[in-house]
Design a protein around this ligand. Structure first.
Ligand code: FES
Ligand code: FES
Length: 166
C-alpha cells in the first residue's frame, strides 16, 4: 500500500511516497539514491546501514519506513560541511587509517556520531560499546577506536551540518 510521509532528511523537509512495507534503508538507497548508507546483512547484524533517527543510531534495514513520519533522519550525506570539508569524524577516520574498503565506514561514523553527541568524551570501553553493533571485516578495531577517540578530543561537541543543531 502506498502512503505519503513527511520527515526531515539531513536538515531538509521531505515529503515522499512510500510503500508501507519498506524499510528506511530501502527508502534511502532505492528511492532517494542516498547510497552512502550501505546494505550489508539486512538482518540487523552488521551495522552497515546505521543512520540517525532523532539523534539515535538505528539499523535502517530493520527500521519500518512508516516510523520516520515527523522524525529527523541523518545519513552520512548529512555530515561534512557545505564548504566541502570533511566532518571531524570523517577526517579522523582518514587520519588514523580507520578506512580500508570503506564498506562499514558510514555506519561506523553514524554510530560514533550518536555516541559523541551523547557522551562527548568517551573512554575506550565506551567507544567499543558504542560501535559494538558495527562489524568491520578489514581494519580491526584499533584504528577505528583511535579515530573516534581523536575526534572526541579534537572537537568535543562534534557538529552536524545540515541538521538542526542536536
Ligand atoms: S544491513 Fe542493517 S544491520 Fe546489516
Ligand atoms: S573498512 Fe572494510 S569493512 Fe570496515
Amino acid at each position: 500500500m502506498k502512503k505519503m510521509i513527511s520527515f526531515v532528511l539531513n536538515g531538509d523537509k521531505m515529503e515522499v511516497e512510500v510503500e508501507t512495507h519498506w524499510s528506511l534503508l530501502h527508502l534511502l538507497r532505492e528511492r532517494l539514491e542516498l547510497t552512502g548508507t550501505k546494505s550489508g546483512c539486512e538482518r540487523g547484524e552488521c551495522g552497515a546501514c546505521t543512520v540517525l533517527v532523532d539523534g539515535k543510531a538505528v539499523n535502517s534495514c530493520l527500521f519500518p519506513v512508516m516510523e520516520i513520519e515527523g522524525a529527523r533522519v541523518t545519513t552520512i550525506e548529512g555530515l561534512g560541511r557545505s564548504s566541502g570539508e570533511l566532518h571531524p569524524l570523517q577526517q579522523a577516520f582518514v587520519d588514523h587509517g580507520a578506512v580500508q574498503c570503506g564498506f562499514c565506514t558510514p555506519g561506523m561514523i553514524m554510530a560514533a556520531k550518536a555516541l559523541l553527541d551523547e557522551n562527548p568524551h568517551p573512554n575506550e570501553e565506551e567507544i567499543r560499546h558504542g560501535i559494538a553493533g558495527n562489524i568491520c571485516r578489514c581494519t580491526g578495531y584499533v584504528q577505528i577506536v583511535r579515530a573516534i577517540s581523536a575526534a572526541s578530543e579534537s572537537s568535543g561537541q562534534v557538529p552536524e551540518v545540515g541538521g538542526e543543531g542536536d
